[in-house]
Each structure stands twice: as C-alpha cells, then as structure tokens.
Ligand binder design. Structure first.
Ligand SMILES: *Cc1c(COP(=O)(O)O)cnc(C)c1O
Length: 506
C-alpha cells in the first residue's frame, strides 16, 4: 500500500503537494476576475460528467481535475472585484499551517492524541481572552460563529435552568433578547436548544440597527412581568449587514443590574481586538459572560477558525460528557473534548498561531484597520454619487447602497437590486451581495481585502452603475418590472442583459 501518508510516501507527498500548490500559484498569477461566470447548467454538466464509481486515475490526474473543475470555477476572495460576503483573503502563513494541520492530522479531543496541540490551543485561548479582557477565562476553538453562538446559548440555557426552581421544566419560559440585526444563528440555536418558537424577543434599535439599552431594560422588565425567564442577551459587535456595534458597555450595565447572561457575538468585529486604533469600539466586551469570535472573518484565516470564550471557566462545564475510553471523569489530563461540542476536532488554532508568529498581532490589526479606513472612503464616494444612494454608514467594512438616480422610483430601484447582483455574478466580473434593510432591498459590499484600493472599489461601483443603467435602458427592464409586479417571475431570474460591453476588460 503506497496510498497513505507514511515514510514510504514522503516523496510522493512532496511531489503531489507541489503539483497542487503550483496550480493554485498559477491561478493566483493569471486569474483576471473573481469567478469564471460559468452558468449553473454548465457547472452541473461538468459535475455530472464525473463518474465517482470509475477506477482510480492516480493522484496526479485527480489533483489536475480538482484544478480544472473546482479551482477553475471557484470564487476567489482575494480578487479586488470580489466584494460580496464576509470572506477574507487568507494569510500566506496560515495557508502553510493548514498544510501542516491536515498532514499531521492531529485531533484535539484528548491530551493523549495531541499533547502539544492541546497546550498551544490553550495558550491561544488565553491570548484571546487577554485581548478581550477576561482575566481568568476559558474557551474552545469551534468550526465557526454559528457553532460558537450555539455553544454559548447552550451554556446560557444550562445556567438559567440550573438556577430556576423549576429546573429543566422552565425551558418553555426561557427567552433570548436580540435585535433584528442579530445573526440568524441566534434564532436557529434557540430552536435547536428546544426553546419556544417565539423565544427570541426583538429589542428596538436605533437608526443604524444598534440595540437601544433603554429598550433592552424595558423588554427585560416586560418579559419578567409576563412570566418569562430571560436566559441571555445577545449583543452584536459587528452586525452582518450594517457592520454596526451594539453599545456594549450600556448593555452590560443592564445585564448586570438584571443579572442576565450577556453574550457578545463578535464574529465580524473581533478583528478590532488587535486594532491599534479602534479597540475602543469593543469597550465593554470584557463584561460579557461569553463571546464569539470568527478568525476566518477578520483575522485573515482560512475556513474554519472560530472560538467561543467564557469569562467564568466553570460555565463551560455543561459541554462536558465523560466516556470511559476517552476522557474518564476525574482524569488529570487536559482533555479539550470536555469543553467542545465536537469530539474529533481539527487543530485549526495552529493557523492563527503561525499567523501571529509570522506577522504579529499589530500587523493583523493594521490590516483590519485598512479595510475599515477604505470603507469610510467608499461611503463618501457613494454619498457623493448622484446615481447611488448610501443606506447608512457602517462602523466596520460594509457598504449598503442602491442605484437610484433622480427620476427612478423606489419600486424600480427595488427591482434593480437583485437583477444587478445577478447580472454581475453571471458575468463573473464582480461579486456583490444584496440584502434588505428597513424593508428595502439594497446592494451590499463587504470589504475585507486590505490590498484592495479605492480605485478597485470605484471600478466595482462603476460596474454596478453601468449594469443598472443598461438594465433600465433595456426593454428587458420594462418587461421585467411588469412581470415582477404581476408576480409571474421571481426577481432572481435575471433578464438577458450582460455587463455593458463598453466596460471591456479592466
Ligand atoms: C458570520 C456571522 C456568524 C456566523 O459565523 P459562521 O462562521 O459563518 O458560522 C455569526 N454572527 C455574526 C455576526 C456573523 O457575521
């Protein structure tokens, strides 16, 4: 057997890795747009053409196929014309560490499988906690913000039921307080955790979608008066769409007065923990009971890299389960599985470790600052553009806007939003996102590329503007508008309009 990584296959390993990595390096040098623009039908037939029951073709051909099938049509987050979701370009050092992670294939569940890894992960958790201001906290790496939020709410649920006289029977009374800008994983977690369908109460927000502390106090009081049991307040440090930060210190005041668990979802805003200039935006985070951070969003880490942190180490206890063969109760070894919802678990922490050692925390923070600075400039550019309308300003790196020159009514501008996104996506030239803010559709840029320049973003905005103008001019738009109004088609089905030819190659 010479298929598996071992002393006999070290040479093959080297050659195969070189081939795979070499192809990616070629693509980085030659890729001219963030996406090939292949249609769904084209992609489906490429995939369908592969017979997974066929004989093995050898690593070289298989890796070549991964390149020509997957990498050829992948979406490239490092490309400056990619500006859609919360995906960052990744640190070179982290990608190298990723190769180490999968080759060694450590599993960070028990100490006897990963002694050094366990201690390194714990050191990193301590480092994050120090940045947060948890002086004696604990935590664990997770697969992402969704899992981190789920675990935090699980811990909050156990905390609430443990101190309620009715114990677990109080489950149907528990409520979570969040806002309409909170991440959907809060709602999803509440469902998974067996809370009532309407257990997530919506706290009123200011014009930027930030939780109003006074409204939080009112909602808490009303909930208690109605016989509900507040289990947790979820504040968001960097809302996914608006990039705004809830007033953490004022929210912490309310939570301390009412003795309610405060969870801060900093999946997006965690980059501020290392910012040399903006750390103050997170002031108050140290008063949370639990915190979610996503290194794969604002620390330039490859997916997955996230963590959930707790201020009080004992709060992690409900995550533990003891198995005779793995982590028997009372074991003196530092078994990370005692703190995790997962059992077998990747050593994702190594990527962040290597990145911190390669770049230093300040440099990472400067990189996040760079995208926040760039975003502020883009806000000004959009605000000054007669054809575009800025929809609020973010404190982080999103840009919410609409194409709406004078004379274009709200309904027509609404219809354009999904069409513009779709036409650009199908061209592969530029990727932007869309969302709904205060009931109105709008386009969204998420800027997480510190190498992107204002000129790059201006080019994306020009593509949006010209595509929208072409849609408005074309008869297609008129037809679409009436089809949409009659409900005959969904706004997702774009008309046959392509990116204006005069824009040519960039
Ligand atoms: C992205 C995001 C999440 C979910 O994180 P994943 O890593 O995608 O699971 C949670 N909360 C906020 C605020 C986010 O932006």
């Amino acid at each position: 057997m010479h298929e598996l990584l071992s002393s006999t296959t070290a040479d093959t390993y080297l050659a195969t890795m070189h081939a795979a990595v070499g192809r990616i390096a070629d693509r980085l040098q030659t890729t001219t747009q963030p996406f090939s623009g292949a249609s769904r039908n084209q992609l489906q037939s490429l995939v369908d053409a592969v017979d997974l029951d066929g004989p093995g073709r050898g690593a070289a051909l298989a890796v070549e196929e991964a390149d020509s099938l997957f990498a050829e049509h992948a979406v490239w987050f490092h490309h400056p014309d990619y500006a859609a979701h919360l995906n960052c370009p990744v640190a070179v050092s982290a990608v190298a560490a990723e190769a180490v992670v999968s080759a060694v294939n450590a599993s960070l569940d028990t100490y006897d499988q990963s002694g050094i890894g366990t201690l390194m992960e714990r050191h990193l958790v301590d480092w994050v906690n120090t940045r947060i201001g948890f002086t004696a906290g604990d935590g664990i790496f997770t697969s992402g913000g969704t899992q981190s939020n789920l675990q935090a709410l699980l811990l909050a649920r156990e905390h609430a039921t443990a101190r309620h006289p009715a114990g677990r029977s109080s489950l149907h009374q528990l409520v979570v307080l969040a806002t309409t800008s909170s991440h959907f994983s809060v709602q999803k977690s509440a469902r998974i955790l067996g809370l009532c369908d309407d257990a997530v109460l919506t706290v009123a927000t200011d014009a930027h979608g930030r939780m109003l502390p006074a409204a939080l106090a009112d909602t808490l009081r009303d909930a208690v008066a109605a016989g509900q049991v507040p289990m947790c307040v979820v504040a968001t440090a960097g809302t996914t769409d608006r990039g705004c930060i809830d007033p953490l210190a004022a929210i912490a005041d309310v939570c301390e007065e009412t003795d309610v668990w405060l969870h801060v979802d900093a999946a997006y805003g965690c980059g501020l923990l290392v910012s040399p200039t903006r750390r103050h935006l997170l002031d108050g985070i140290e008063r949370a009971r639990s915190v979610t951070v996503d290194f794969h969003k604002s620390f330039f880490q490859p997916v997955s890299s996230s963590a959930v942190l707790v201020r009080v180490p004992a709060d992690l206890a409900p995550a533990a389960w003891y198995a005779d063969y793995l982590n028997p109760a009372g074991s003196s070894e530092p078994n990370q599985v005692d703190k995790s919802l997962q059992t077998t678990r990747r050593f994702d922490a190594l990527k962040l470790w290597v990145t911190l050692r390669a770049l230093g925390a300040d440099r990472l923070g400067e990189m996040f600052d760079t995208v926040v600075d760039l975003t502020a400039q883009v806000h000004d550019v959009v605000a000054a553009d007669d054809d575009l309308r800025l929809v609020g300003r973010s404190q982080l790196s999103t840009v919410l806007f609409r194409y709406q020159p004078a004379g274009l009514d709200d309904a027509a501008a609404d219809h354009l939003v999904p069409l513009v996104r779709r036409v650009l996506f199908e061209s592969g030239r530029s990727l932007v996102a869309k969302t709904v803010v205060d009931g109105r559709p709008c386009l969204k840029l998420t800027l997480l590329n510190p190498d992107a320049t204002l000129a790059d973003v201006r080019r994306v905005l020009a593509l949006v503007r010209d595509t929208a103008a072409a849609l408005v001019e074309g008869e297609a738009m008129l037809d679409r508008a009436s089809d949409l109004a009659s409900g005959a088609v969904s706004a997702y089905d774009a008309p046959a309009v392509s990116v204006p030819a005069r824009l040519g190659a960039r």
